[in-house]
Design a protein around this ligand. Structure first.
Ligand code: SF4
Length: 310
């Protein structure tokens, strides 16, 4: 069977099997799927998806394993880092979907392929109109995987006008173990997942574009970030597949990229909401003082062109 025929039969592609950046003793795997028609995820729209999973144990065991302690990180630390929603604390990605991807991996339903080949394949599907782009880390933190893997997957898609989106918590030392660093080149591909105005402000100061959660629309508005148009508060006007000319959540292309970050009002299960509200904090006088400049500067992002109007 030729490579193309094998690719047609496979449910998806394994583009990385190797150590996790956060926990190098653990082998992780990156699977790209939904390449034929894109996912039916309401928020992303028709984009290829990518899943970062432990190779050795099913996701439910990793997520609901022994409680983490300072000596022993949670079993899902290798794929999610210290995301506040990891380790069974209300992650909003469907556990059923994550487990079904892992079971298919375990039954050898995915084909080993290089990231270059999959990047080119997805780009070709974008060109023919079958897909709109690719999501990096539909589950898991993309920064657990070498930058070069994502570069080979995402840049060809961007090169043909496709959308890419991805988020990492690893930019912030609160979410990674002491001494761990993140490859700074990820700033060009990923958004910094942030919680509240101060976190977003810190991410921007470090050169990232933040994607921040807020407890309320009022908190989001004073932050000066643009509201995600796929959110309930924005009336679900767009999906990631139709957002901006190149997707709003594709990191900071370079020094010249002046686009603001993005904010969203937290949503999810009662557990997620409870945890997020504590994590996102309330907007204090200190927040307001630090963000006074943003507050006094009306900003509007043109979602079609990605241009920031000040
Ligand atoms: S801002 Fe756009 S790309 Fe980012 S999550 Fe919202 S819809 Fe998706």
């Amino acid at each position: 069977m030729s490579t193309i025929e094998k690719m047609k039969k496979a449910l998806g592609y394994i583009v990385y099997e190797g150590p996790s950046a956060a926990d190098p003793d653990v082998m992780i795997v990156v699977i790209v799927n939904c390449v034929k028609r894109g996912s039916n995820n309401e928020k992303t729209g028709p984009m290829a998806q990518s899943w970062i999973l432990r190779a050795d144990i099913p996701p439910n065991k990793a997520i609901f394993g022994p409680r983490p302690s300072p000596a022993h990180p949670a079993l899902d630390y290798a794929v999610c880092g210290a995301c506040p929603y990891a380790a069974g604390r209300g992650c909003y990605v469907s556990l059923k979907t994550i487990c079904s991807v892992w079971r298919a991996y375990n039954r050898c339903s995915y084909m080993h392929t290089s990231p270059e080949e999959v990047g080119a394949h997805v780009a070709a599907r974008v060109k023919t109109g079958h897909l709109r782009g690719m999501r990096a880390g539909s589950y898991g933190d993309p920064a657990m995987v070498p930058f070069e893997v994502w570069e080979k997957l995402l840049l060809p898609v961007r090169g043909v006008g496709g959308k890419t989106s991805g988020y990492t918590h690893m930019w912030n030392s609160r979410y990674r173990h002491e001494g761990q660093e993140i490859d700074p080149r990820f700033k060009t591909l990923l958004m910094a997942s942030a919680h509240g105005g101060i976190d977003a402000h810190n991410a921007a100061e470090e050169g990232w574009r933040p994607f921040a959660q807020f407890n309320s629309e009022a908190d989001l508005r004073i932050s000066g970030l643009a509201m995600c148009p796929a959110s309930k508060e924005a009336g679900h006007r767009k999906t990631c597949a139709t957002c901006g000319s190149q997707s709003a959540c594709n990191g900071r292309k370079g020094e010249e990229d002046k686009r603001v970050g993005v904010g969203i009002v937290v949503h999810g299960s009662p557990i997620t909401l409870n945890l997020a509200r504590r994590r996102n904090g309330v907007v204090t006088e200190l927040d307001k003082a630090r963000l006074v400049e943003a507050e006094n500067t009306p900003v509007m992002l043109d979602w079609e062109t990605g241009v920031l109007h000040v």
